[in-house]
Design a protein around this ligand. Sequence first.
Ligand code: 16G
Length: 241
Amino acid sequence: MIDRESPVPIYYQIEEYIKQLIETEALNPGDAIPSEREFTEQFKVSRMTVRQAITNLVNEGYLFRQKGKGTYVSKQKIEQTLQGLTGFTEDMKKRGMKPDSKILDFKLIPADLKVAKQLYINEHDPIYEIKRIRLADDLPMALEMSYLPANLIKGLTEEIVNSSLYEYIEDNLQLKIDYATQEIESSLSHEDEAKLLDIPKNVPILLIQRQTFLDNGQPFELVKSKYRGDRYKFVIDMKRR
Ligand code: 16G
């Protein structure tokens, strides 16, 4: 099934073949994949070509290696739609997963000029700076750094942000979360982030920045999140015209 005449590189064809085994559930999460030697014999290609295909799939999060043991199929990525404005806790609950947070930092500080401008407040007005690890079924998924204007989002405590910020804003403060602008970029895990997210350093992660507004047009949060590239994929439906 390797097409040597094709302009598609052979390592890429092998990648597609392995992906198909995963998609058709011939290989399931936790299963060991055949060894490099077995693939080399099956496809009559060099070991380097097989290694390149497998390394690419490891980097994309389809497979993971265990030292001295072999290469295994990873869990399926969480598919997060980009339609609709939701929070982490409600997303995880909807999927039947257990949301959790670990608070790394919770501070009340004066806003610097840049943050103040984006939150439509004055420089030095008080803001909460919150850094959390977000976990799903006890696995770290994202690191989140949030800035919230303290005069608008009143009475925040560590206990509240340990569960759901959006629930507190809507149910307790009775404010209406309305819309957000969000940017998504690729990035690489730095050493400290890698430790917190339980991933290797210098692997692909998704950097997401969100500015979220209430229904009166007032921004109430600036959030910078770093999502694990091996566990997340963002999906959007598009319609032509
Ligand atoms: C999501 C949002 C974040 C928001 C949080 C609220 C993205 C990229 N970010 O993580 O902006 O602050 O949800 O979650 O989706 P919570 O209600 O569980 O605290």
